[in-house]
Design a protein around this ligand. Structure first.
Ligand SMILES: CN1c2c(nc(N)[nH]c2=O)NC[C@@H]1CNc1ccc(C(=O)N[C@@H](CCC(=O)N[C@@H](CCC(=O)N[C@@H](CCC(=O)O)C(=O)O)C(=O)O)C(=O)O)cc1
Ligand code: HCS
Ligand code: ZN
Length: 744
């Protein structure tokens, strides 16, 4: 080990290589195991993770990267910033109460973590919050690893980012009080003998005000001026630190971690104050699954050698967002596999690069560094089709013309009711899919079960009295993975689980080559559903931006080009749905806001390609086909013009939790097409009462003209059970009828 920090990774997955933690916490939640069993599983996972990183040859192994639910919530518990309403007898039960809520208490708000598909719990900070060192998680994990003979580097969310992520009255005003707690923590870690601590400040990869930058400088000047403390590594990943780099370099912290994958190298050499520091060069992509071009990564790191006292190698960000181990994937095509690296493989890349940077690239390392990486598969037919596109491929007839044609064809009542697409994914559905995967159920039997489910869902919706029906999406394991499984140019994994929130995981598909659609994907399901009813059944597709956002996407060409390839596949699917008699088609874009770049200077370019891809997907639809889009999981104020730009005939949007605030934004943007603000918060098991829904519908009807206002839940119902869904939808229809009568 060098005298400094040496080669390292900034964080590691924690759900378990086989989702052991997910299963353990879920068993605990339903009372099938006790706390001791859960704690034992957690300790085993941590021990295995540390040993693996040490044995792989990292110089510095991170700890405190484990979490039972979310590391922001861990930090809130660490610093005593937990609302009293969640207090329970055991700390773990208080923790889960804040994370998941209880029968009579909603949880803390859950929201997107920067521009990733991870979600964190939003701390609530008010002037009365009494910060104190209330927990010892980083200390306990440090001790636990040391007892196993492994000296680790505790990783803690930095105080400034913690406050910037919090809600309340000016949380940043409480910085000095919070830094007192970090002082206490650092002193305690020093007393334990921790040589290094990593403090993460990813909020500084986004645009920040002068006051916020000054707060960063103040916090780290104070922490670094402490006499008795571990050495400090401060990181700011998911992009360039921008002006925050100079601010941090002006403090006495020993090391700064920079993201050299999402941010440029330029600008780093011009910060003279880095000269006496260690630069932790994040050259191995922590967020994507491509093998690193080792020669190029080494050259990038080497170009910084004179800039800092020492340059060491690392990942660009935590590895939380990538799956554990490529070796666990036995079914991947060799041509694709050879281009991939998951967390375990990325650790090896960091170690190799660290050795090459230290010892030179001659001899032993040269072969590994030069192992070729194959190019993505090309599809010339798709490329020439894209090259032949003109602006008219992204435009439909004027809205007034479309609205008249659709009104005549659909003949819907005022305030039409609909749902967002998915109905509960029952155990029977998931078991059938598991059976199909294991071979216990034939494709024919599986399809028959899905058709039976569609039949039940259609009959239920007719009985409830909804106006525009859905088939319920039973056949989909996930709204992105399902499409990836049916498109060329994508690979899917068996075990590539990545934490999305709490115990919920996704398996992001790998978009590795040119994309095309070998055959219709959703048409058989949608047309079967339509054959069962006279009411319109909505076709249901996931949009190009969301497919990209929730996949690992090739990085050899601009995202806009890849998005247009996906859009063309969806455009063909829409044409086939229309030919099968589907009159309403929804193209979901819940991730439109998620991919918005962290820096404002990059917004316009993003919005141009993302809106353009959606329009390319949908603009081939006939004038009398009604195109819906659906957005959720974010606050949309910042992208309201882009939502307008999508040009959908109807936009259904999450609104119930924010009491319909989005309507004011839509109104001020001059939005004039159909809109369905969610009137039922599907994130909670609570059944909304008819009166409550009627109040929301009436409030919306004062803002949106009656013939353009839709009534629907906030989002799909896949995570809910029928016991709640059925009464909630009945109340939704009853409330709508009441408001309709009052408008008549
Ligand atoms: C809307 N959201 C989504 C995001 N990203 C996506 N890619 N997809 C999304 O829908 N990001 C933002 C939000 C995040 N929200 C969620 C909500 C729910 C989940 C979730 O429930 N995930 C499931 C896994 C879902 C899945 O892939 N199911 C598969 C496989 C099921 C499985 O684990 N099977 C078992 C065996 C069968 C059984 O006993 O059930 C196995 O393989 O061991 C399927 O249905 O076939 C989760 O379990 O975490 C995620 C994000
Ligand atoms: N159609 C999808 C959208 C989720 S954002 C669903 O209903 O689950
Ligand atoms: Zn949604």
């Amino acid at each position: 080990m060098t005298s400094g920090i040496g080669a390292t990774v900034l964080g590691y997955p924690r759900i378990g290589p086989r989702r052991e933690l997910k299963r353990a916490v879920e068993r605990y939640w339903v009372g099938r195991t006790d706390q001791d069993a859960l704690l034992a599983t957690a300790a085993e996972l941590r021990a295995a993770g540390w040993a693996e990183l040490r044995d792989a040859g990292l110089d510095s192994v991170p700890s405190n990267t484990f979490s039972f639910y979310d590391h922001v919530l861990d930090t809130a518990f660490l610093v005593g910033a937990v609302p009293a309403r969640y207090r329970r007898e055991s700390e773990l039960d208080s923790y889960f109460a804040a994370a998941r809520g209880t029968d009579d208490l909603p949880p803390l708000e859950l929201t997107k973590w920067f521009d990733t598909n991870y979600h964190y719990l939003v701390p609530e900070i008010d002037p009365g919050t009494e910060f104190r060192l209330a927990g010892d998680k980083p200390l306990a994990e440090y001790r636990e690893a040391r007892a196993l003979g492994i000296t680790t580097r505790p990783v803690v969310l930095g105080p400034v980012t913690f406050l910037l992520l919090a809600k309340g009255t000016n949380p940043l005003a409480r910085l000095d009080d919070l830094v007192d707690v970090y002082v206490e923590l650092l002193v305690a870690l020093a007393a334990e003998g921790a040589p290094w601590v990593q403090l993460d400040e990813p909020a500084f990869a986004a645009d920040r005000s002068e006051d916020e930058l000054a707060a960063l400088g103040r916090a780290y000047t104070r922490l670094a001026d402490l006499h008795s403390r571990p050495k400090l590594l401060v990181t700011g990943y998911y992009g360039s630190l921008g002006p925050a780099l100079e601010v941090l370099a002006g403090t006495a912290v020993e090391a700064i971690g920079v993201d050299l994958v999402a941010g440029p190298v330029d600008g780093i050499a011009s910060v003279p104050a880095l000269r006496d520091k260690t630069l932790v060069a994040g050259v191995v992509d922590g967020r994507n699954v491509w093998r690193t071009d080792l020669r190029q990564a080494l050259a990038t790191a080497a170009s910084l050698l004179g800039t800092a006292e020492e340059v060491v190698l690392s990942t660009s960000s935590t590895l939380l967002h990538v799956p554990y181990d490529l070796d666990a994937e036995t079914a991947l095509e060799p041509g694709v596999r050879g281009r991939l690296a998951f967390a375990r493989q990325k650790v090896r890349e960091v170690v190799l690069l660290g050795q090459a940077l230290r010892d030179g690239v001659d001899g032993a390392w040269a072969d590994a560094l030069d192992e070729p990486i194959a190019a993505p598969r090309r599809d010339d037919a798709i490329r020439s089709r894209l090259a032949g596109l003109g602006p008219h491929h992204r435009d439909r007839a004027p809205y007034a013309e479309r609205a008249a044609a659709q009104d005549a064809r659909l003949a819907l009542p005022a305030l039409p009711t609909t749902t967002i697409g998915s109905f509960p994914q029952t155990t029977e559905i998931r078991t059938a899919r598991a059976g199909l995967r294991s071979g216990g159920l034939s494709r024919g039997e599986y399809d028959e079960r899905m058709r039976a489910e569609i039949g039940r869902v259609i009959a239920l919706q007719e009985d409830i009295g909804l106006d525009v029906l859905v088939h319920g999406e039973p056949e989909r394991n996930d709204m992105v993975q399902y499409f990836a499984e049916h498109l060329d140019g994508f690979a899917v994994t068996d075990l590539g689980w990545v934490q999305s929130y709490g115990s919920r995981c996704v398996r992001p598909p790998i978009l590795h080559g040119d994309v095309s659609r070998p055959e219709p994907i959703t048409v058989p399901w949608s047309s079967y559903a339509q054959s069962l009813t006279d009411r319109p059944v909505k076709g249901m597709l996931t949009g190009p931006v969301t497919i990209l956002a929730w996949s690992f996407v090739r990085d050899d060409q601009p995202l806009g080009e890849t998005a247009d390839q996906v859009a063309l596949a969806l455009r063909d699917e829409i044409a086939d749905l229309e030919a099968a008699g589907i009159r309403v088609i929804q193209v979901d874009e819940p991730a439109l806001r998620e991919l918005l770049p962290l820096r404002a200077a990059e917004h316009a370019a993003y919005l141009e390609w993302s809106v353009g891809a959606f329009r390319l997907a949908t603009a081939g639809a006939a004038t009398d086909t009604q195109i819906h889009t659906h957005l959720c999981y974010s606050e949309f104020g910042e992208v309201i013009d882009a939502i307008d730009g999508l040009g959908a005939d109807v936009t259904t949007i999450e609104a119930a939790r924010s009491k319909m605030e989005v309507l004011a934004d839509l109104r001020s943007a001059g939005f004039s097409r159909g809109v369905g603000p969610g009137v039922y918060d599907i994130h909670s098991p609570r059944v909304p009462a008819t009166d409550e829904v009627a109040d929301l519908v009436a409030a919306a009807s004062r803002v949106v003209a009656g013939n353009r206002l839709w009534v629907n839940p906030d989002c799909g119902l896949k995570t809910r059970g029928y016991a709640e869904v059925e009464p909630a939808l009945r109340n939704l229809v009853a409330a709508t009828r009441r408001v309709r009568d009052s408008l008549a």
